[in-house]
Design a protein around this ligand. Sequence first.
Ligand code: NAD
Length: 430
Amino acid sequence: MIAIGVPAEGKDEPRIGITPETVKKLVKSGAEVTVRSGAGLRSHFSDQDYADAGAKIAKTDEEAVGKADVVFSVRRPPLGLVKAMKKGAALIGMLDPFSDAEGLDAMGKTGVALFAMELMPRITRAQSMDVLSSQSNLAGYKAVADAAAAFERALPMMMTAAGTVPAAKVFVMGVGVAGLQAIATARRLGAIVTATDVRPAVKEQVASLGAKFIAVEDEEFKQAETSGGYAKEMSDAYKKKQAALIADHVKNQDIVITTALIPGRPAPKLISKAMIESMRPGSIIVDLAAERGGNAELTKPGEIAEHKGVRIFGLLNLPGQVPVNASSLYARNLQAFLDPFIDKEKKVLAIDWEDELAQGTAIARDGAIVNAMVAERLGGKGASGAKAATKSASAKSAPAKSAPSRSAAKAKAPAKKNGGTRKPKGGKTT
Ligand code: NAD
Protein backbone atom coordinates (compact mmCIF):
# COMPACT_ATOMS: atom_id res chain seq x y z
CA MET A 1 0.00 0.00 0.00
CA ILE A 2 1.39 3.43 -0.95
CA ALA A 3 0.97 6.01 1.78
CA ILE A 4 0.36 9.59 0.61
CA GLY A 5 0.52 12.40 3.13
CA VAL A 6 -0.62 16.00 2.78
CA PRO A 7 0.35 18.61 5.39
CA ALA A 8 -1.23 22.03 5.82
CA GLU A 9 0.37 24.89 3.88
CA GLY A 10 1.79 28.05 5.44
CA LYS A 11 -0.48 30.98 6.30
CA ASP A 12 0.17 32.78 2.99
CA GLU A 13 -0.82 29.86 0.79
CA PRO A 14 -4.53 29.10 0.49
CA ARG A 15 -4.11 26.28 -2.03
CA ILE A 16 -3.73 22.58 -1.26
CA GLY A 17 -2.27 19.74 -3.31
CA ILE A 18 -5.12 17.26 -2.87
CA THR A 19 -8.89 17.40 -3.26
CA PRO A 20 -11.61 14.87 -2.45
CA GLU A 21 -11.69 14.12 -6.19
CA THR A 22 -8.01 13.17 -6.36
CA VAL A 23 -8.23 11.31 -3.03
CA LYS A 24 -10.80 9.01 -4.65
CA LYS A 25 -8.59 8.42 -7.70
CA LEU A 26 -5.50 7.78 -5.59
CA VAL A 27 -7.33 5.40 -3.25
CA LYS A 28 -8.61 3.55 -6.29
CA SER A 29 -5.03 3.21 -7.53
CA GLY A 30 -4.04 1.56 -4.28
CA ALA A 31 -2.96 4.46 -2.12
CA GLU A 32 -3.79 5.27 1.48
CA VAL A 33 -4.17 9.02 1.84
CA THR A 34 -3.71 11.03 5.04
CA VAL A 35 -4.61 14.72 5.09
CA ARG A 36 -3.80 17.08 7.92
CA SER A 37 -6.98 18.26 9.62
CA GLY A 38 -8.13 21.62 8.26
CA ALA A 39 -5.56 21.66 5.43
CA GLY A 40 -8.21 22.08 2.73
CA LEU A 41 -10.40 24.60 4.48
CA ARG A 42 -9.14 27.67 2.61
CA SER A 43 -10.13 25.88 -0.61
CA HIS A 44 -13.44 24.91 1.03
CA PHE A 45 -12.66 21.21 1.34
CA SER A 46 -13.58 20.03 4.84
CA ASP A 47 -12.12 17.13 6.77
CA GLN A 48 -15.45 15.40 6.26
CA ASP A 49 -15.18 15.83 2.46
CA TYR A 50 -11.75 14.17 2.55
CA ALA A 51 -12.91 11.43 4.89
CA ASP A 52 -15.93 10.72 2.68
CA ALA A 53 -13.56 10.37 -0.28
CA GLY A 54 -11.56 7.77 1.64
CA ALA A 55 -8.79 9.78 3.33
CA LYS A 56 -7.62 9.55 6.92
CA ILE A 57 -7.39 12.79 8.84
CA ALA A 58 -4.23 13.52 10.84
CA LYS A 59 -4.11 15.83 13.83
CA THR A 60 -0.66 17.24 13.02
CA ASP A 61 1.52 17.81 9.95
CA GLU A 62 4.08 15.36 11.33
CA GLU A 63 1.42 12.70 11.64
CA ALA A 64 0.27 13.39 8.07
CA VAL A 65 3.75 12.99 6.56
CA GLY A 66 5.57 10.69 9.02
CA LYS A 67 4.66 7.37 7.41
CA ALA A 68 4.11 8.66 3.87
CA ASP A 69 5.90 7.31 0.80
CA VAL A 70 4.78 10.44 -1.06
CA VAL A 71 4.02 13.91 0.29
CA PHE A 72 2.12 16.45 -1.81
CA SER A 73 2.70 20.13 -1.10
CA VAL A 74 1.97 23.42 -2.79
CA ARG A 75 4.99 25.38 -1.53
CA ARG A 76 8.30 24.23 -0.11
CA PRO A 77 7.52 22.89 3.37
CA PRO A 78 9.70 23.81 6.36
CA LEU A 79 12.88 21.73 6.74
CA GLY A 80 11.65 20.36 10.05
CA LEU A 81 8.70 18.74 8.33
CA VAL A 82 10.89 17.22 5.61
CA LYS A 83 13.02 15.76 8.42
CA ALA A 84 9.88 14.14 9.80
CA MET A 85 9.46 12.25 6.50
CA LYS A 86 10.78 8.76 5.84
CA LYS A 87 14.15 8.45 4.12
CA GLY A 88 13.54 7.59 0.47
CA ALA A 89 10.02 9.06 0.47
CA ALA A 90 9.15 11.57 -2.28
CA LEU A 91 8.14 15.19 -1.78
CA ILE A 92 6.28 16.56 -4.80
CA GLY A 93 5.35 20.23 -5.00
CA MET A 94 6.20 23.67 -6.34
CA LEU A 95 9.55 23.70 -4.58
CA ASP A 96 10.78 26.99 -6.05
CA PRO A 97 13.84 25.27 -7.51
CA PHE A 98 15.94 28.31 -8.26
CA SER A 99 15.70 30.18 -4.99
CA ASP A 100 17.61 29.32 -1.86
CA ALA A 101 19.62 26.42 -3.24
CA GLU A 102 21.08 25.86 0.24
CA GLY A 103 17.59 25.26 1.58
CA LEU A 104 16.96 22.68 -1.12
CA ASP A 105 20.30 21.05 -0.42
CA ALA A 106 19.41 20.76 3.26
CA MET A 107 16.09 19.22 2.32
CA GLY A 108 17.80 16.83 -0.10
CA LYS A 109 20.27 15.73 2.56
CA THR A 110 17.42 14.26 4.61
CA GLY A 111 17.31 11.49 2.00
CA VAL A 112 13.87 12.54 0.76
CA ALA A 113 13.49 12.59 -3.04
CA LEU A 114 12.49 16.09 -4.16
CA PHE A 115 10.41 16.81 -7.27
CA ALA A 116 9.75 20.38 -8.40
CA MET A 117 6.61 20.54 -10.51
CA GLU A 118 7.67 23.87 -12.06
CA LEU A 119 10.32 21.96 -14.00
CA MET A 120 7.86 19.70 -15.79
CA PRO A 121 8.96 19.33 -19.41
CA ARG A 122 6.39 20.91 -21.70
CA ILE A 123 5.73 17.89 -23.83
CA THR A 124 2.40 16.42 -24.89
CA ARG A 125 2.43 13.62 -22.32
CA ALA A 126 3.01 16.09 -19.51
CA GLN A 127 0.30 18.60 -20.39
CA SER A 128 -2.02 17.35 -17.66
CA MET A 129 0.86 17.83 -15.19
CA ASP A 130 1.83 21.35 -16.26
CA VAL A 131 1.36 23.45 -13.12
CA LEU A 132 2.61 26.63 -14.77
CA SER A 133 -0.18 26.42 -17.32
CA SER A 134 -2.92 25.42 -14.89
CA GLN A 135 -2.04 28.22 -12.49
CA SER A 136 -1.20 30.93 -15.09
CA ASN A 137 -4.54 30.41 -16.72
CA LEU A 138 -6.30 31.30 -13.46
CA ALA A 139 -3.92 34.22 -12.91
CA GLY A 140 -4.91 35.66 -16.30
CA TYR A 141 -8.56 35.40 -15.37
CA LYS A 142 -8.08 36.88 -11.89
CA ALA A 143 -6.04 39.80 -13.22
CA VAL A 144 -8.99 40.92 -15.34
CA ALA A 145 -11.52 40.16 -12.59
CA ASP A 146 -9.51 42.28 -10.12
CA ALA A 147 -9.17 45.11 -12.60
CA ALA A 148 -12.88 45.03 -13.41
CA ALA A 149 -13.78 45.09 -9.71
CA ALA A 150 -11.50 48.03 -8.97
CA PHE A 151 -12.33 49.98 -12.12
CA GLU A 152 -14.87 52.65 -11.33
CA ARG A 153 -16.59 52.31 -14.65
CA ALA A 154 -18.33 49.50 -16.51
CA LEU A 155 -16.56 47.25 -19.00
CA PRO A 156 -19.31 46.54 -21.53
CA MET A 157 -20.96 49.12 -23.69
CA MET A 158 -24.47 49.83 -22.43
CA MET A 159 -27.08 51.70 -24.39
CA THR A 160 -29.62 53.14 -22.02
CA ALA A 161 -32.40 55.70 -22.22
CA ALA A 162 -30.12 58.05 -20.32
CA GLY A 163 -27.33 57.66 -22.85
CA THR A 164 -24.57 55.29 -23.84
CA VAL A 165 -21.93 53.89 -21.50
CA PRO A 166 -18.83 53.32 -23.62
CA ALA A 167 -17.02 49.97 -23.57
CA ALA A 168 -13.76 49.95 -21.63
CA LYS A 169 -10.51 49.45 -23.50
CA VAL A 170 -8.31 46.62 -22.23
CA PHE A 171 -4.77 46.06 -23.50
CA VAL A 172 -3.01 42.74 -22.80
CA MET A 173 0.78 42.68 -23.09
CA GLY A 174 2.27 39.21 -23.48
CA VAL A 175 0.03 36.53 -24.92
CA GLY A 176 1.17 33.29 -23.29
CA VAL A 177 -1.13 31.14 -21.17
CA ALA A 178 -2.06 33.98 -18.76
CA GLY A 179 -2.41 36.57 -21.52
CA LEU A 180 -4.76 34.42 -23.59
CA GLN A 181 -7.04 33.87 -20.61
CA ALA A 182 -6.91 37.60 -19.81
CA ILE A 183 -8.02 38.41 -23.36
CA ALA A 184 -10.83 35.84 -23.23
CA THR A 185 -12.04 37.12 -19.85
CA ALA A 186 -11.98 40.78 -20.88
CA ARG A 187 -13.85 39.93 -24.07
CA ARG A 188 -16.51 38.06 -22.10
CA LEU A 189 -16.99 41.18 -20.01
CA GLY A 190 -17.58 43.19 -23.16
CA ALA A 191 -14.39 45.23 -23.27
CA ILE A 192 -12.65 46.30 -26.46
CA VAL A 193 -9.48 44.27 -26.27
CA THR A 194 -6.11 44.72 -27.94
CA ALA A 195 -3.01 42.64 -27.29
CA THR A 196 0.67 42.57 -28.10
CA ASP A 197 3.48 40.05 -28.06
CA VAL A 198 6.84 39.66 -29.72
CA ARG A 199 6.01 36.16 -30.98
CA PRO A 200 4.23 36.20 -34.37
CA ALA A 201 2.58 32.85 -33.60
CA VAL A 202 0.11 34.50 -31.24
CA LYS A 203 -1.31 36.89 -33.82
CA GLU A 204 -3.92 34.38 -34.98
CA GLN A 205 -4.78 33.31 -31.43
CA VAL A 206 -5.45 36.93 -30.49
CA ALA A 207 -7.72 37.39 -33.50
CA SER A 208 -9.57 34.16 -32.78
CA LEU A 209 -10.50 35.52 -29.34
CA GLY A 210 -12.00 38.64 -30.89
CA ALA A 211 -9.15 40.97 -29.96
CA LYS A 212 -6.91 43.12 -32.14
CA PHE A 213 -3.21 42.37 -32.38
CA ILE A 214 -0.78 45.25 -32.16
CA ALA A 215 2.97 44.87 -32.64
CA VAL A 216 6.03 46.12 -34.47
CA GLU A 217 5.99 43.44 -37.17
CA ASP A 218 9.47 43.82 -38.65
CA GLU A 219 12.05 41.20 -39.65
CA GLU A 220 13.22 40.76 -36.06
CA PHE A 221 9.64 40.09 -34.92
CA LYS A 222 9.40 37.28 -37.47
CA GLN A 223 12.34 35.55 -35.75
CA ALA A 224 11.38 36.34 -32.16
CA GLU A 225 10.13 32.91 -31.11
CA THR A 226 12.67 30.35 -29.92
CA SER A 227 12.40 26.76 -31.09
CA GLY A 228 10.99 26.06 -27.62
CA GLY A 229 8.08 28.49 -28.10
CA TYR A 230 9.43 31.20 -25.79
CA ALA A 231 10.17 34.85 -26.53
CA LYS A 232 13.72 36.03 -27.17
CA GLU A 233 15.26 39.12 -25.66
CA MET A 234 14.73 41.78 -28.36
CA SER A 235 17.35 44.22 -29.68
CA ASP A 236 17.55 47.79 -28.40
CA ALA A 237 16.39 49.03 -31.80
CA TYR A 238 13.29 46.83 -31.63
CA LYS A 239 12.59 47.86 -28.05
CA LYS A 240 12.68 51.50 -29.10
CA LYS A 241 10.18 50.96 -31.90
CA GLN A 242 8.02 48.84 -29.60
CA ALA A 243 8.09 51.53 -26.89
CA ALA A 244 6.96 54.20 -29.34
CA LEU A 245 4.06 52.04 -30.52
CA ILE A 246 3.05 51.08 -26.98
CA ALA A 247 3.31 54.69 -25.74
CA ASP A 248 0.91 55.81 -28.40
CA HIS A 249 -1.52 52.97 -27.65
CA VAL A 250 -1.39 52.88 -23.85
CA LYS A 251 -2.50 56.48 -23.38
CA ASN A 252 -5.93 55.56 -24.68
CA GLN A 253 -6.37 52.40 -22.59
CA ASP A 254 -8.45 51.99 -19.44
CA ILE A 255 -6.97 48.72 -18.22
CA VAL A 256 -3.58 47.22 -19.07
CA ILE A 257 -2.75 43.63 -18.11
CA THR A 258 0.94 42.80 -18.45
CA THR A 259 2.24 39.22 -18.48
CA ALA A 260 5.44 39.50 -20.56
CA LEU A 261 8.27 37.18 -19.55
CA ILE A 262 11.47 35.97 -21.17
CA PRO A 263 13.11 32.83 -19.81
CA GLY A 264 16.40 33.58 -18.10
CA ARG A 265 15.87 37.34 -17.95
CA PRO A 266 14.14 39.81 -15.68
CA ALA A 267 10.68 40.79 -16.92
CA PRO A 268 11.03 43.27 -19.81
CA LYS A 269 10.13 46.84 -18.84
CA LEU A 270 7.36 47.74 -21.23
CA ILE A 271 5.42 50.50 -19.42
CA SER A 272 7.50 53.51 -18.44
CA LYS A 273 6.61 56.13 -15.86
CA ALA A 274 5.89 58.57 -18.69
CA MET A 275 3.43 56.09 -20.23
CA ILE A 276 1.68 55.69 -16.87
CA GLU A 277 1.44 59.48 -16.62
CA SER A 278 -0.15 59.58 -20.08
CA MET A 279 -3.02 57.36 -18.91
CA ARG A 280 -6.26 58.84 -17.62
CA PRO A 281 -6.78 58.95 -13.84
CA GLY A 282 -8.82 55.91 -12.85
CA SER A 283 -6.96 53.64 -15.28
CA ILE A 284 -5.59 50.39 -13.95
CA ILE A 285 -2.50 48.33 -14.70
CA VAL A 286 -2.32 44.74 -13.43
CA ASP A 287 1.27 43.52 -13.62
CA LEU A 288 1.38 39.73 -13.60
CA ALA A 289 5.13 39.89 -14.10
CA ALA A 290 5.50 41.52 -10.65
CA GLU A 291 7.23 38.44 -9.26
CA ARG A 292 10.01 38.90 -11.79
CA GLY A 293 10.40 42.64 -11.22
CA GLY A 294 7.37 43.73 -13.22
CA ASN A 295 6.66 44.97 -16.74
CA ALA A 296 5.75 48.44 -15.49
CA GLU A 297 8.31 50.87 -14.13
CA LEU A 298 6.29 51.73 -11.03
CA THR A 299 5.16 48.23 -10.07
CA LYS A 300 5.72 47.40 -6.40
CA PRO A 301 5.66 43.62 -6.03
CA GLY A 302 3.06 42.58 -3.48
CA GLU A 303 1.35 45.99 -3.44
CA ILE A 304 -1.14 48.21 -5.21
CA ALA A 305 0.80 51.35 -6.11
CA GLU A 306 -0.85 54.58 -7.22
CA HIS A 307 0.66 57.26 -9.41
CA LYS A 308 -1.28 60.32 -10.51
CA GLY A 309 -4.59 58.49 -10.29
CA VAL A 310 -3.41 55.34 -12.08
CA ARG A 311 -3.35 52.22 -9.92
CA ILE A 312 -0.71 49.58 -10.57
CA PHE A 313 -1.53 46.16 -9.13
CA GLY A 314 1.60 44.16 -8.33
CA LEU A 315 -0.15 41.52 -6.28
CA LEU A 316 1.51 38.11 -6.00
CA ASN A 317 0.05 34.62 -6.10
CA LEU A 318 -3.13 35.46 -8.00
CA PRO A 319 -3.92 31.74 -8.46
CA GLY A 320 -3.99 31.55 -4.65
CA GLN A 321 -6.88 34.02 -4.75
CA VAL A 322 -8.94 31.53 -6.73
CA PRO A 323 -7.95 28.66 -4.45
CA VAL A 324 -10.86 26.32 -5.09
CA ASN A 325 -10.11 26.07 -8.80
CA ALA A 326 -6.36 26.47 -8.39
CA SER A 327 -6.25 23.61 -5.86
CA SER A 328 -8.49 21.42 -8.03
CA LEU A 329 -6.29 21.86 -11.10
CA TYR A 330 -3.06 21.63 -9.14
CA ALA A 331 -4.20 18.47 -7.34
CA ARG A 332 -5.02 16.91 -10.72
CA ASN A 333 -1.56 17.91 -11.98
CA LEU A 334 0.01 16.09 -9.02
CA GLN A 335 -2.19 13.03 -9.32
CA ALA A 336 -1.48 12.80 -13.06
CA PHE A 337 2.26 13.01 -12.38
CA LEU A 338 2.22 10.33 -9.68
CA ASP A 339 -0.13 7.94 -11.43
CA PRO A 340 2.41 6.34 -13.82
CA PHE A 341 4.71 5.76 -10.85
CA ILE A 342 2.16 3.64 -8.99
CA ASP A 343 2.42 -0.09 -9.59
CA LYS A 344 -1.31 -0.81 -9.64
CA GLU A 345 -0.92 -4.56 -9.17
CA LYS A 346 1.53 -4.55 -6.32
CA LYS A 347 0.16 -1.27 -5.02
CA VAL A 348 3.62 0.13 -4.40
CA LEU A 349 5.48 3.25 -5.44
CA ALA A 350 7.61 2.53 -8.51
CA ILE A 351 9.34 5.71 -9.66
CA ASP A 352 10.92 5.21 -13.07
CA TRP A 353 14.06 7.30 -12.65
CA GLU A 354 14.84 6.95 -16.36
CA ASP A 355 11.54 8.58 -17.27
CA GLU A 356 11.88 12.01 -18.85
CA LEU A 357 9.36 13.53 -16.47
CA ALA A 358 11.00 12.13 -13.33
CA GLN A 359 14.39 13.29 -14.58
CA GLY A 360 13.06 16.68 -15.59
CA THR A 361 11.52 17.44 -12.20
CA ALA A 362 13.90 15.67 -9.79
CA ILE A 363 15.95 17.98 -7.59
CA ALA A 364 17.36 15.50 -5.08
CA ARG A 365 17.59 11.76 -4.63
CA ASP A 366 19.29 9.58 -2.00
CA GLY A 367 20.72 12.62 -0.23
CA ALA A 368 22.24 14.18 -3.36
CA ILE A 369 21.20 17.08 -5.57
CA VAL A 370 20.51 15.66 -9.03
CA ASN A 371 19.57 18.89 -10.77
CA ALA A 372 22.48 20.55 -12.55
CA MET A 373 21.17 24.08 -12.11
CA VAL A 374 20.59 23.75 -8.40
CA ALA A 375 24.07 22.23 -8.08
CA GLU A 376 25.51 25.13 -10.05
CA ARG A 377 23.82 27.61 -7.75
CA LEU A 378 25.29 25.80 -4.79
CA GLY A 379 28.65 26.42 -6.42
CA GLY A 380 30.06 23.18 -5.03
CA LYS A 381 29.18 24.32 -1.48
CA GLY A 382 26.57 21.63 -1.04
CA ALA A 383 28.18 18.29 -0.30
CA SER A 384 25.79 16.76 -2.72
CA GLY A 385 26.40 19.30 -5.48
CA ALA A 386 29.21 17.30 -6.99
CA LYS A 387 26.87 14.48 -7.72
CA ALA A 388 24.58 16.65 -9.76
CA ALA A 389 23.27 14.84 -12.73
CA THR A 390 23.22 16.52 -16.09
CA LYS A 391 19.94 14.85 -16.87
CA SER A 392 18.04 17.24 -14.73
CA ALA A 393 15.29 19.61 -15.46
CA SER A 394 13.69 20.84 -18.54
CA ALA A 395 14.02 24.03 -16.77
CA LYS A 396 13.87 27.48 -17.73
CA SER A 397 15.44 30.23 -15.78
CA ALA A 398 17.27 31.69 -12.83
CA PRO A 399 15.12 34.23 -11.13
CA ALA A 400 15.57 37.11 -8.82
CA LYS A 401 16.82 35.75 -5.52
CA SER A 402 13.60 35.99 -3.62
CA ALA A 403 11.24 35.34 -6.47
CA PRO A 404 8.47 32.92 -5.70
CA SER A 405 7.76 29.80 -7.59
CA ARG A 406 6.27 31.08 -10.81
CA SER A 407 9.34 33.13 -11.47
CA ALA A 408 11.64 30.43 -10.34
CA ALA A 409 10.47 28.17 -13.03
CA LYS A 410 11.56 30.59 -15.65
CA ALA A 411 15.09 31.06 -14.54
CA LYS A 412 18.48 30.66 -16.19
CA ALA A 413 18.49 28.02 -18.85
CA PRO A 414 21.16 25.43 -18.30
CA ALA A 415 22.90 23.29 -20.81
CA LYS A 416 21.02 20.08 -20.56
CA LYS A 417 19.39 17.38 -22.45
CA ASN A 418 15.81 18.58 -22.44
CA GLY A 419 16.67 22.22 -22.13
CA GLY A 420 13.54 24.29 -21.80
CA THR A 421 11.57 21.95 -23.99
CA ARG A 422 8.32 23.59 -24.89
CA LYS A 423 7.42 21.80 -28.01
CA PRO A 424 6.37 18.25 -27.61
CA LYS A 425 7.88 15.61 -29.77
CA GLY A 426 4.71 15.50 -31.75
CA GLY A 427 4.49 19.26 -32.21
CA LYS A 428 3.36 22.17 -30.16
CA THR A 429 0.36 21.54 -28.04
CA THR A 430 -0.97 24.82 -26.87
P1 NAD B 1 5.69 33.18 -20.59
O1 NAD B 1 5.00 33.22 -19.26
O2 NAD B 1 7.09 32.73 -20.64
O3 NAD B 1 5.63 34.65 -21.26
C1 NAD B 1 4.39 35.33 -21.44
C2 NAD B 1 4.36 35.98 -22.80
O4 NAD B 1 5.17 37.17 -22.81
C3 NAD B 1 4.89 35.12 -23.96
O5 NAD B 1 3.86 34.93 -24.90
C4 NAD B 1 6.05 35.95 -24.52
O6 NAD B 1 6.20 35.80 -25.91
C5 NAD B 1 5.64 37.35 -24.13
N1 NAD B 1 6.70 38.37 -24.19
C6 NAD B 1 8.00 38.26 -23.83
N2 NAD B 1 8.65 39.43 -24.05
C7 NAD B 1 7.76 40.32 -24.55
C8 NAD B 1 7.83 41.68 -24.95
N3 NAD B 1 8.96 42.36 -24.90
N4 NAD B 1 6.70 42.26 -25.41
C9 NAD B 1 5.54 41.58 -25.47
N5 NAD B 1 5.41 40.29 -25.09
C10 NAD B 1 6.49 39.65 -24.64
O7 NAD B 1 4.81 32.31 -21.58
P2 NAD B 1 3.95 31.00 -21.29
O8 NAD B 1 2.60 31.41 -20.85
O9 NAD B 1 4.71 30.11 -20.40
O10 NAD B 1 3.83 30.42 -22.75
C11 NAD B 1 4.92 30.43 -23.66
C12 NAD B 1 4.64 29.47 -24.81
O11 NAD B 1 4.60 28.12 -24.35
C13 NAD B 1 3.33 29.69 -25.51
O12 NAD B 1 3.53 29.50 -26.87
C14 NAD B 1 2.45 28.62 -24.96
O13 NAD B 1 1.39 28.32 -25.83
C15 NAD B 1 3.45 27.50 -24.84
N6 NAD B 1 3.04 26.44 -23.90
C16 NAD B 1 3.20 25.13 -24.27
C17 NAD B 1 2.81 24.11 -23.42
C18 NAD B 1 2.96 22.66 -23.80
O14 NAD B 1 3.35 22.39 -24.91
N7 NAD B 1 2.68 21.75 -22.91
C19 NAD B 1 2.27 24.42 -22.18
C20 NAD B 1 2.14 25.77 -21.83
C21 NAD B 1 2.54 26.77 -22.70
